[in-house]
Design a protein around this ligand. Sequence first.
Ligand code: GLN
Ligand code: ZN
Length: 765
Amino acid sequence: MSVSHNLGFPRIGVNRELKHAVERYWKEQIDATELEQCGRDLRERHWRQQAESGLDFVPAGDFSWYDHVLDTSMMLGVIPQRFADSANQESVASDLDTYFCMARGRAPSGQATMACEMTKWFDSNYHYIVPEFVKNQSFYLAHEKLFEEVAEAQALGHKVKPVLLGPVSYLWLGKCKGDEFDRLSFLDSVLAVYGEILSKLKRLGIEWVQIDEPVLVLDLPSEWKKAIESSYNRLQVRGLNILLATYFGSLGSNLHLACNLPIAGLHVDAVRGRDQLNSVVDHLPKYKVLSVGVIDGRNIWRSDLDDIIAVLNPIKERFKERLWLAPSCSLLHVPVDLDQEFKIDTELKSWLAFARQKLDELNILKHVFTAEQDSVHDCMQVLKHTRSIIQSRSSSTRIHRAEVIDRQNMIDRAMYKRHGDYEMRSHKQREALRLPNYPTTTIGSFPQTVEIRRARHAFKSGAMLQHDYEKQMKQEIAETVRQQEELGLDVLVHGEPERNDMVEYFSEQLDGYAFTDNGWVQSYGSRCVKPPIIYGDVKRKGDMTVRWASYAQSLSEKPMKGMLTGPVTMLQWSFVRDDQPRAKTCQQIALALRDEVLALEQAGIPVIQIDEPAFREGLPLKRSEWESYLKWAVDAFRLSSAGVKDETQIHTHMCYAEFNDIIEAIAQLDADVITIETSRSDMELLDAFADFSYPNEIGPGVYDIHSPNVPTIEQMVILLRRAADCIPAQRLWVNPDCGLKTRGWPEVKAGLSNMVAAAHQLRLA
Ligand code: GLN
Ligand code: ZN
C-alpha cells in the first residue's frame, strides 16, 4: 500500500468562481453570507474531486479568500495597528473586512487604509501579503478558519491532512516595521501559538498535519537553521504526526538538518530536487515517511510515468509503505482542469496535464506501487498510452524550426551592446526629447473598461469584424492620448487597450506558443493569469505593436513610449518547454523582440519600454545558481534592446522586487530608465539603488495602483522628496508603481492629476 496525497489544490475554481464572488463582495453586490457559501461550495467540490482521484488525505487550510500567508497572519493575530479598529468589532463581516483591508487597503466596511506590502512567493508568479511585525509584536491564536475548514471536510466524510505554513518560513517571509530587529526573537511566542494549533488539530482527530517550510530549499543563515531545529524539537504533540513539506528545489545544505528533525515525515520536491533525491533516501531514517513529490506542480506537461517509476522503484524497496507519493508542491501554480480546454489541438493537448490530470497521474503511480491484482491491467494500459504520447512529443516536427536555431548560432557579442554609453545617450536623448526635470510618465496600460473587454471578446469570438475592432481600439487610444495631454504628462503611452494580458498578447503573435481557454492561475488575490504554453522554437510572425504605437504618436507632439514585454518575463510567465534549457528559449524570444524594437524605432517611436516585471522572480532560489541565470537573463534583455540608436530611449519596468541582491545585474541591463514599484514600501527599495550609485535614470513608483485609494499630492511629494535624497534629481522620473489597467478612470484621473501636481511642486523647489 502506498499513500498518495496532495500539498494543496488551486483555490480559484475551474471557472474562477472565487475571483468573481470576492469581487462582487467588494462591490457590495453580495454579502458575507453569500461569499461564505461560495467558499464552502468550492471547498466541497475540490475535496470531492481530490478524494475521487484516490488521494488518501485531502488537504485543508489551502483554501484562502486572498492569500494563505495573510491567513496565517490572521490566525496568529498579526494585524497591524492601523487595521486594529475594525478588528475590534467582533462580527464575521468585520473580520473578513479587516482581512481584505490588509490585503488591498479597502473593504465594504471599515476605514480605507494603506494596504500591507505584497511580494512574490519564492520564485513563482504568486504574490503573498507580507506579514508586518512591530517591535513588541504579540502572537495569539486569533482566527478559527483552519479548524472550521478541517471540521467542514471531516463532516463531508473526508480524511483530512491540514496544511499550515511553518513558523520559521512565516517569520522569514515577514518584515519588521519601524526599527530593525531580529524576527527570530519572536520564535518562542510564535511556537506557543503553533503548539496550541497542533493540540487543537489533535483534538479534532487529526493524525497527520502538513507543515510547509519552503525556506528549507534556500541557503539559510545558521541562526535560521537553528530556528528550524528548535522549532521542531518543540512542536511535539503526542499522537499527531508532522509531515514537514519542502518544495521549489532541493534541500541543498539543509539536507542533514531536514532529515534528522524529530518529525514523522518529510516531503521533498523530486522534480526540481531530483539530483538530491538519492541523498535524501540515504539520510532519512527508514522509520520516517518519505513523501516524494514526483509530479511537477509548477508546469503543465504530462509526466513521463515510466521515468518516475524507475526513480521510485529503489525507494519503494527501502521505505516500503512509508513511501508517500505527491505532486512536487501545491497545485496552486497550475490550472485546474485540462478537460475544460476545447481550443488546443488534440496532439498538443495530449502532451499536457493540469491539476486534476496530475492527480490522476498520481493515482496511476499509487496503483503501480500498490499492485493490487485487479488494477494491474488497467495501469499497464495507461502506462503504455503515456509512453506513446511522451515519444510522440519528443519526436514531433512542430517543435523544431531550423531558421530559429540558425539565427541563434549566428549571434555575436556586438549585438548585446548599445552604440554609445549612458552619458552619451542621455545627452542625445535630452536633445531629442526635450523633457522637463522630474518627467512624468505612466507604466503603459490605462483602465481596461467594460467596453474594451467586451470588444475584445467579440472580436476574438468572431462576433466583431477586424475593421470595427481596430476602429474601436483606435478610439480608445485617441481618448487615452487626449486624457494624458489634458493631465499634462510628459511621456505618453497608447494605453494598451488591445492587450488582454502583457504576455499573452505577444505570444499570440509568435510561433511556438499555444494558448488555453481556461488555464487560469492565481497571481494575487482575485487576480488570475492565463500563462501561454511555449511548446516549440519561438519566432516573430510580423510587426506586433507598431500600428498602435504609431497611431498614438500621430496624435501628439509629446514623445510616445512604445510598450513591449521583455524576454525574461515572456519566459517566466509562460509554461515553458521542459525539453531544452530555459536560457535557450529565452534567447529565441529576445531575438523576436529585437526585431520589434527596431520596427518601432523605424516607425518613429522615440521611447521604448521593455517590461521585465518578472526579472527578479526568475532568480534561482539558491545563490550558487544566480550567476548563470543573471548572465543569460541580462544577455536576453540586451539582445532585445541594444539594436537601437543612441537617441532612442530604452525604458524597463519591474514590479515588487527586492533589488538589493541583483542591483548590479539591473545596471547591466543598461536601460536608460527603469521604473519600479516602491510606494507601498515607503521608497525602501531605493536604498539599493542609492548604495550602489545606480548610473542611469529611475522612476520610483509614487502611486500605489494595487489599491483603489487615490494618493494625495502631499503623499506623493513626500515620497518624491525621499527619493530625491537617494537619487540625483536630474535622473528621477515620476510615475505610478505599475500599469493602470485594473483601475477605473475616475480614480486614475484623480491619481495622475495629483501625481503631475506633485512633480510640478518638485520642479519649483
Ligand atoms: N506595461 C504593463 C502595464 O502597464 C506593465 C505591467 C506590469 O509590470 N506587470 O500594464
Ligand atoms: Zn509593474
